[in-house]
Design a binder for this molecule. Structure first.
Ligand code: HEC
Length: 471
């Protein structure tokens, strides 16, 4: 619809924005003082850049640099120097049918005036080459180890991936190769995961109130296979589709997003929750998604249609993590009690068994929901082994517990871990456990014995120089 509007704009631009009626007159002297880098770029970065930069730019428009804007998108150049009120840029923001920024609050009059004045004064570009800003800053060495927000074992168990702020670090567990650092454009990564064929590593995260980001790295050479921005807020935990063609991630917009590896294939978004979707898990057959949210609900939907099949539970507290095997879904969070849901019964809906006086509804919650043992505090993450026989559960407290999925029996308890633990992972056959802590450490344990086999900080950390010389 916007595109039709553009055709209209081109023939009628002069009449569309009534410069004389504007409360803010254009003022040459004030306009000359406006800096692209200092004044204009922060506005574009805050309000436009999330959708008009990166791999998948909306309307073909990229606002990274002045040159990009002059080039424009599908509708041609964004402006001509000196003529703000005949520009597509201002038309999109304050024209007769302003559409930008899409789905977000309009720009303040003061910000609009900065854009107008800057174009009026000649749209000068005062940025220097070094300015061409990266979305995030990744230090060579950190002063403090960043929290490890996600960990994952490669399917063959040789590599461990750790999410450390904006980068994923690939650690060779045999110690033969030095860690490989994979930068992203997420302020904070929330999830890392290997594809089950061992070819890809996916990183999920984003920039709060700005965009969600997904990247797929080729493990053979560390190259980015594809990357894209999704939505206008950060993405949370995710799950690779069993066919490795897409990853499903929870969004702050209440949707689960199925994001294909192929950058040309479309993202599908399923609106399921009334609040953040904290985690998503595919069932083993890849046909259903289990989602858990800040709205305290656990839901099951069809991957093919996106249709909600069942709200399996209303918990009393937010759900931070979910997992699934062929038979059960598990959800856990602030309430400290992980609950296992038998999917086939839960999905049957209310049916009636027996006849006459013996008729009974089946699939009431009590029939499909079974509690695990209560954990000592808030649960922050849970993860299944590759064969989905075991589940590890960790959180804000000092131990990690491992259970069998089938009967919820505990097989191991590892004490004295550096709480809080933000992330856990099990390897393919459940013989290794990895935990990532808020303090920035990764520890690996042998199961079921619980012996610590490795402890490391994934990123280089060096104290500030003066602290070293002072000793
Ligand atoms: C939430 C995402 C989003 C944000 C934020 C956003 N846009 Fe857009 N923009 C779009 C989409 C989607 C289109 C394509 C719409 C269409 O073709 O109908 C688009 C198209 C445009 C176009 C037309 C491009 C062309 O040449 O066809 C302009 C101009 C534009 N946006 C400017 C802006 C400006 C300026 C801002 C910031 C003030 C902004 N947008 C913020 C999503 C966004």
């Amino acid at each position: 619809m916007f595109r039709f509007l553009l055709v209209f704009v081109i023939v009628t631009t002069a009449a569309v924005i009534h410069a004389d009626d504007e409360p803010f007159a254009l003022d040459k002297e004030a306009a000359e003082k406006i800096s692209y880098r200092g004044d204009v770029w922060p506005i574009l970065k805050r309000h436009c850049w999330g959708c008009h930069s990166g791999g998948d730019t909306k309307g073909g428009l990229n606002v990274d640099t002045v040159a990009d804007m002059l080039k424009g998108g599908d509708g041609g150049t964004l402006f001509e120097a000196g003529k703000p009120d005949q520009s597509l840029l201002l038309e999109a923001i304050i024209g007769d049918e302003p559409e930008m920024p899409q789905k977000q609050p309009p720009l303040s009059a003061a910000k609009i005036q900065i854009l107008r004045q800057w174009i009026f004064a000649g749209a000068k570009d005062d940025s220097t080459p070094g300015d061409v800003e990266r979305a995030v800053h990744i230090p060579d060495t950190y002063r403090f180890a960043p929290a490890v927000t996600s960990v994952a074992f490669s399917p063959d168990g040789r590599l461990l991936a750790a999410a450390c702020r904006s980068e994923a670090v690939l650690i060779d567990l045999a110690g033969e190769q030095s860690p490989k650092r994979l930068p992203t454009e997420s302020d904070l990564l929330s999830h890392v995961e290997f594809s089950s064929d061992g070819k890809l590593l996916a990183t999920i995260g984003g920039s709060p109130a700005n965009y969600g980001e997904v990247r797929f790295f080729n493990l053979a050479d560390g190259a980015v296979v594809s990357s894209r921005r999704v939505g206008h807020d950060t993405l949370f935990r995710a799950s690779f589709a069993p066919d490795n063609k897409a990853i499903a991630a929870g969004g702050a917009d209440g949707a689960a997003h199925v994001i294909p590896v192929d950058p040309k294939a479309e993202v599908r978004s399923f609106d399921l929750h009334s609040d953040w979707v904290m985690d998503v898990a595919y069932t083993v057959d890849g046909k259903m998604l289990v989602t858990g949210g800040r709205d305290k609900a656990i839901k099951v939907c069809s991957v093919e249609t996106g249709e909600l099949l069942r709200s399996v539970d209303g918990s009393t507290e937010l759900i931070s993590s979910v997992a699934a095997d062929g038979q059960f879904a598990i959800g856990a969070g602030k309430a400290s009690i992980p609950i296992s849901y038998e999917l086939t019964i839960a999905l049957k809906g209310v049916e009636v068994s027996g006849a006459g006086n013996g008729a009974r509804p089946i699939s009431t919650r009590a029939q499909y929901a079974k509690n695990f043992e209560t954990q000592p505090g808030e649960i922050l993450d849970l993860a299944t082994s590759g064969d989905r026989k075991l589940v590890a559960i960790a959180g804000a407290y000092g131990d990690v517990r491992i259970y069998k999925m089938a009967d919820r029996q505990r097989i191991a308890l590892i004490g004295n871990v550096p709480a809080p633990i933000y992330s856990v992972a099990l390897n393919a056959d459940g013989t290794r456990l990895a935990i990532g802590s808020k303090k920035g450490e990764v520890q690996i344990y042998e199961l079921p014995a619980g012996k610590l086999v490795k402890s490391l900080v994934p990123v280089p950390v060096a104290p500030p120089a003066e602290a070293v010389t002072a000793q």
